[in-house]
Design a protein. Structure first.
Length: 215
């Protein structure tokens, strides 16, 4: 996982440096800037009458912003993100709990609408995401004994869905501090189970820095 995280940050940074600063007028179309963000995810798996508890994870990566006009822009992101679930309960033999963590390389393509003032730049985000499974693990604790294993081919290697959310940007020369809350839902089944259709649901609370290419 450490190699994956390091590679993700290198790719994000390289993409940001590769964008030419060719637009100096902030009202012209063009690349507006780049940034990095990290945060926490809360996710579960839903399907039919089944619904698990929210499980905490992490997300981090980088993004590029392409301005359309002074309000609208497109934002492409490259993220390492974790999703999963947890359950717990008890029976005549005692307590039990299970947990699932799945690691993804995620590519969201989001439409961004900005509003507010120069002091507080509010914005809304919405758009599809495409996620590629990097691996993960499954664990359970039954009656005092713990079992863990890596996820297998039973869990599908690709997911796509919709993200919506919003946030606020706070000027911090020479960058902007961004705080965002994003919700997402998967459109594709998480597993190859034919009896039920289980999909991801998740929230992401993120904080990051945006660097404008306008000087």
């Amino acid at each position: 996982m450490k190699k994956t995280l390091a590679g993700l940050m290198i790719i994000s940074f390289s993409l940001a440096l590769a964008v030419p600063n060719v637009f100096s007028d902030e009202n012209k179309p063009g690349f507006a800037g780049f940034g990095f963000r990290a945060g926490m995810t809360l996710s579960s798996i839903q399907g039919g009458d089944y619904g698990s508890q929210l499980k905490a994870g992490m997300t981090l990566g980088g993004f590029l912003n392409y301005r359309i006009n002074d309000r609208f822009s497109l934002q492409g992101e490259l993220l390492f993100t974790q999703r999963g679930e947890k359950t717990s309960g008890s029976d005549a033999y005692g307590n039990y709990k299970t947990w699932l963590t799945m690691n993804y390389l995620e590519l969201p393509i989001l439409a961004k609408y900005s509003f507010g003032s120069s002091r507080l730049d509010y914005y809304a985000l919405a758009g599809p995401y495409f996620a590629f499974k990097l691996g993960g693990n499954y664990g359970s604790e039954y009656y005092g004994q713990t079992y863990e294993s890596e996820v297998d081919s039973h869990y599908k290697g690709f997911d796509m869905g919709l993200k919506v959310g919003g946030g606020v940007g706070i000027p911090l020369s020479p960058s902007q501090l961004q705080i965002a809350l994003i919700a997402g839902i998967g459109f594709l089944p998480v597993t190859d189970c034919v009896s039920y259709r289980y999909t991801h649901f998740f929230l992401a609370m993120m904080i990051g820095l945006f660097f404008s290419l306008n000087r």
